[in-house]
Design a protein around this ligand. Structure first.
Ligand code: PBG
Length: 332
């Protein structure tokens, strides 16, 4: 649709910017607390909130503190929390068995949240990297990341999370065929209402650096993730991945990272019309916080502006470490 504009001075586009009231009336997109998914890091211990150095304002929480955070999220009107475990090095193995341990950190945190804040939707991350001795999302044999064997492990991990009470499964591994395998297994075990939010278009990105510190995977990672995560030069490939995942049964899809890939968000939403999410990742968060701490930008303004950009690009929601701060502002 091409907007029609009368010749000047019949049209003065500044007229609709003249006051807050009129700007509010004509605003095309809005950001609300309903749009937010809050990623949180969980660690072992009790009563612990440990700062993540490369992500100012973000902490790793012990399970009891995760429950408190969920309670806070509920009070703030944040609909969903996404869990990422910081797994002790002693639990990382080549077979990644901790990933489907019903009592691993993530699964304990799911149950703790459900006990205090049952209205919060709990999302999980499905990939082997927190449990893998070499930091990769899949099994590594002779330097190769094995696809089908990894998918089998991811299915076990998915079922353990669904058993623990997860509402949304978030496969971030980028293996082929995982969505179909997970959906089939969830249906077979009666988890019909557990959704899959697929990290469908996930790029091999430099923006994940602070996250890998947060989950303790930076030291472990050997090499890079380019044989499974996407090449930043590609856009059509993202469309094929999204279509493939939707056909395999993904309920919602994600583009990751966020701001540098808004063209993909826009293309995905306008082509498929499916529930579309973006992940404003750790590096994006760290960049805004670092500049704000130096007094180079107004952090609050840039935070809200960056989140609005996702809405404008067509996203239905955003995973963002800014979720609680944003909710506090939106709630006045
Ligand atoms: C791991 C995973 C990563 C992120 C989410 N899940 C890192 C990676 O792929 O190396 C990144 C999130 C962020 O940077 O905030 N499968």
């Amino acid at each position: 649709m091409k907007p029609t504009v009368a010749p000047f001075p019949a049209a003065r586009l500044r007229r609709t910017r003249v006051s807050p009231a009129i700007r509010g009336l004509v605003r095309e997109n809005t950001l609300t607390t309903d749009d937010l998914i809050w990623p949180v890091f969980v660690r072992d211990g009790e009563g612990i909130e440990e700062p993540v150095a490369s992500m100012p304002g973000v902490v790793r929480r012990s399970v009891d503190k995760i429950a408190e955070a969920a309670f806070e999220a509920q009070a703030l009107g944040i609909p969903a929390i996404c869990l990422f475990p910081y797994t002790d090095a002693s639990l990382k193995t080549e077979d990644c068995a901790e990933a489907w341990n019903p009592d691993n950190l993530c699964n304990r945190a799911i149950r703790a949240i459900k006990a205090v804040a049952p209205d919060i939707a709990v999302m999980t991350d499905v990939a082997l990297d927190p449990y893998n001795i070499n930091g990769h999302d899949g099994y590594v044999v002779d330097g190769e990341i094995l696809n089908d064997e990894t998918v089998e492990a991811l299915v076990k991990m998915t079922l353990a999370q669904a058993e623990a009470g997860a509402d949304i499964i978030g496969p971030s591994d980028m293996m082929d065929g995982r969505i179909g395998a997970m959906r089939t297994a969830l249906e077979a075990k009666g988890h019909r209402n557990v959704s899959i939010l697929s990290y469908s278009a996930k790029y091999a990105s430099g923006y994940y650096g602070p996250f890998r510190d947060a989950v303790g995977a930076s030291g472990a990672l050997q090499g890079d993730k380019k044989t499974y995560q996407m090449d930043p030069g590609n856009s059509d490939e993202a469309m094929r991945l999204i279509e493939r995942d939707l056909q395999e049964g993904a309920d919602m899809v994600m583009i990751k990272p966020g701001i540098a890939y808004l063209d993909i968000c826009y293309r995905v939403k306008s082509t498929f019309g499916a529930p579309t999410f973006a992940y404003q990742v750790s590096g994006e968060y760290a960049m805004i916080q670092a500049a704000a701490q130096n007094g180079w930008i107004d952090g609050e303004k840039v935070m809200l502006e960056s989140l609005m950009a996702f809405k404008r690009a067509g996203c239905d929601g955003i995973l963002t470490y800014f979720a609680p701060e944003t909710a506090r502002i939106l709630n006045g």
